[in-house]
Design a protein around this ligand. Sequence first.
Ligand SMILES: *Cc1c(COP(=O)(O)O)cnc(C)c1O
Length: 410
Amino acid sequence: MMEKDYEAKLMGLSYPKPDPYGSLSMPVYHTLAYEFATAEEMEAAFCGCTAEHTYSRVTNPTVEYFEERVKAITGAYGVTALNSGMAAISNTFLTLAWNGSNIVTSRHLFGNTYSFFVNTLSAFGVEVRFCDLTDPADVAAHLDANSCGVFVEVITNPQMEVADLTMLSRVVHEKHVPLIADTTIVPFTTFHAADFGVDIEIVSSTKYISGGGTGLGGLIIDYGRFDWNQSPRLRPVAGESPSAFHYKLRREIHRNLGAYMTPEVAYMQSLGLETLLVRFERQAVTSKELAKRLQSVPEIESVSYTGLGDNPFFEVSRRQFGDYPGAMLTFGMASKERCYVFLNKLKLIRRATNLFDNRSLIIHPASTIYGSFTPAQRVEMDVRENTIRLSVGLESADALFEDICQALKS
Ligand SMILES: *Cc1c(COP(=O)(O)O)cnc(C)c1O
């Protein structure tokens, strides 16, 4: 599952030296403004004619270092680090959408993404069209000249649905629309979104990259492949840069919204990147092992992990993500009440939200993440009352399985 030159890409990237103290790690530039020798140099920096930093809402050396590391690993054209996954999603769509445009997506969405599309963007004349992203004909039927993007989560949670991205990107590109994928569930060290036709990748770096659950972060990874002359919103700046999207995002949207990543978080997440691969390997192997064992536990009615041979998305999941599709699984029990009794008895696994923490975390999604939705909306979104979501940490499969078994005993 390891990319051969991953370590070279990651460890080989140093920051510009000399450093007055010979610091091995990129220091945290806990600073806001930058000083210039002359007014002329200042003018050049502010107009973007030189690459100097001016103000930390726009760029910061520590954050830029983090962005460069992600760029080296993914091979992207441009990377923008923001202060949460939601900031990455909102900045992306405020760059792409226009009054009268529409977003084509599925109802199987992260709760706040759903709410951002349905409640927030709709107030600005942006329509959300829900369809079945695993059905190319249904996707095609929802696209038109005003579609600003198709948005897909690569493994939805808690439904655990996987769209065939190669097929999806073909349909979407035929209609001259960009494909935007939230890949938070499978890290880019394992899953190479651009190989499957994704134009813009969005990651909540709060999750795998942070690891220890230390700080919020989000990434917009632009592969620079889409022809933005096809977008009514971006066409006017299409001549300015190889990616009009990146140009508009960096020159206008992210500056105006003010949600840039902080240097402290960029420092911690740069450290997280260094251990991401080893953490993920262990967590993903444990997840698959645990999913297999849970299938034989009588009190557990169903187990969803797309790396299991009998999962309906097994083939497409293997093609896209390899043998270990993430470190999250869901399972069903007899009732909500039964779920609560079980959750309350766990000793090792923590009752908390977040994903891919170093500790295993468990949650009842319907009553928490989706608690503000009506029962009817939860049915539409396929969020069930008897589903539990487990994010697998660095503990051993034996210890986790033992904790689950003891909690199931009444
Ligand atoms: C957590 C999450 C987000 C939002 O990220 P934040 O960093 O919490 O803002 C978006 N998409 C998915 C799939 C997530 O799991």
